[in-house]
Design a protein around this ligand. Structure first.
Ligand code: SAH
Length: 445
């Protein structure tokens, strides 16, 4: 029995797919990269922008002939295309789909496969029982011995309601996972040889705020820091308003917590930020960046930006441009505004920046950012940095610096999962090349 998974979207979806894979492997399925060979196909979808939704729908439709050929094939549509509010419309649109699963929930698929008669997420009770009883089952184990870096969800859903964003509607309200579950999962991953953990949440720095007497994210980092075998800890995505002193202190103090922070600004203009309902100003964000840099020297910072939000004038856009050129951040994930059905901005604000203008703004930022990051990375030339190696791509080993920069090294040695000092010999905007400072010790016999 074989399963095939197609995953689109954020890191949370990557983590969700790992869990589904793990659950399926417990049921005796093995992974195949070829959809035509599979008995079960899982399509884990994203709808954050129209383009993502179109891609998911296209992919799903491409599986229809496989179902015709093999009626026993089980097709599972999962993730944000399904959402938490039921799948009636989707059932009509895609009648060949057997199971619909909300984000982060392998339950409906497992129920379907194990019980036969359960057909959808309406059977919440089975799902709940499965999840309560067998949490162990869904720990990601399917890449046993091969996973170096694993993602661990710590906050599900989101309650912030930025006016452009569909995520709260599709992933439901914010729910922090109990600290015991998270630590147990991290221990289990460490025991399987995982070296790096990335904690995930739509607003990860709100971790624990919905639990009466649990730790905050800073406290959680301190607990995970104690887990033997874990060498690096990362977390994303942060919201500027919740990035407190205690978190900064934890990052500064804990050597395993990497100096890399993903904290989106979305726009540089105050009135755009207000219409987006982000809850901070450009000046607040500048102060946060200053504080991060004062407390964690050399910290890399990544941001997200949306261009062409409804009503965004050229002048307002130039505030975003100015922000990026002033702050010189390490990464800017750029997006063109895409109205999402049901969100406040789609209902109340006309999508009045033309596609061409959105593209022009996008390209301006893209070019600016490429120059900035090329310059930042050039400072690494000749430096010695620690790299955690993950895999060999063609003949080069691929790994990351503490600041999350991609590094390639040519080496005959097996570097998988190794933390090695390297000497940076070449830098570009998107990656660097390096040589090992010392060949790793190869133990004979
Ligand atoms: N929870 C995170 C990430 C949300 S989704 C946060 O609060 O930032 C990832 C990114 O997609 C967002 O940061 C935003 O830049 C972008 N995005 C979200 N909704 C969008 C929309 N309607 N149109 C274009 N980009 C969008």
């Amino acid at each position: 029995m074989k399963y095939h998974i197609w995953t689109e979207g954020c890191q949370m979806n990557v983590a969700d797919s790992q869990r589904v894979g793990s659950a399926l492997e417990h049921l005796g399925y093995s992974l195949t990269p070829a959809a035509e060979e599979a008995d079960v196909i899982v399509l884990n979808t994203c709808v954050v922008r129209q383009s993502a939704e179109d891609k998911a729908a296209g992919r799903l439709t491409s599986f229809q002939p496989l179902k015709k050929k093999n009626p026993k094939l089980v097709i599972n549509l999962m993730g944000c295309m399904v959402g938490v509010r039921g799948a009636e419309k989707l059932k009509k649109r895609f009648p060949f789909v057997d199971v619909f699963s909300p984000p982060s929930d392998p339950g409906p698929l497992i129920s379907f496969l194990t019980q036969g008669e359960v057909r959808s997420l309406e059977d919440a009770e089975t799902t709940r029982r499965f999840l309560a009883m067998d949490d162990e089952l869904i720990l990601p184990v399917h890449e046993r011995g091969s996973l170096i870096s694993a993602h661990v969800p710590v906050v599900y859903g989101c309650s912030h309601a930025c006016t452009y964003c569909i995520i709260p509607y599709r992933r439901g309200i914010e729910r922090s996972r109990p600290v015991g579950d998270i630590v147990a999962e991290v221990r289990s991953l460490a025991a399987q040889g995982v070296k790096e953990i990335t904690l995930l949440g739509q607003i990860v720095d709100r971790y624990g705020k919905d639990i009466a007497d649990g730790p905050t994210l800073a406290g959680l980092l301190r607990l995970i820091h104690e887990v033997e075998g874990i060498q690096r800890i990362r977390f994303l995505t942060s919201h500027p308003n919740y990035f407190g002193e205690d978190l900064l202190e934890a990052i500064a103090e804990l050597p395993k917590v990497m100096p890399h922070i993903e904290v989106p600004i979305q726009a540089g203009d105050d009135s755009v930020l207000e219409t987006m309902r982000r809850g901070y100003t450009q000046a607040d964000y500048y102060r946060l960046v200053e504080k991060i840099r004062a407390k964690i020297p050399g910290c890399s910072i990544a941001t997200d930006i949306i261009v062409g939000f409804p009503g965004e004038t050229d002048e307002q856009f130039m505030q975003t441009y100015k922000t990026l050129s002033d702050l010189r951040l390490d990464v800017a994930h750029l997006a063109r505004y895409s109205p999402r059905e049901g969100t406040v901005s789609a209902r109340r604000m006309p999508d009045d920046v033309s596609a061409e203008e959105k593209m022009r703004r996008f390209r301006l930022l893209e070019e600016l950012q490429e120059n900035i990051v090329a310059e930042i990375n050039a400072h690494y030339l000749g430096e010695t940095v620690q790299v955690l190696f993950e895999e060999k791509v063609k003949n080069r080993w691929k790994g990351r610096t503490p600041t999350n920069k991609l590094v390639f090294v040519e080496s005959e040695a097996d570097l998988r999962g190794k933390l090695q000092a390297v000497h940076i010999t070449w830098t570009g905007p998107w990656s660097m090349q390096a040589t090992l400072v010392q060949q790793p010790l190869v133990l004979a016999g």
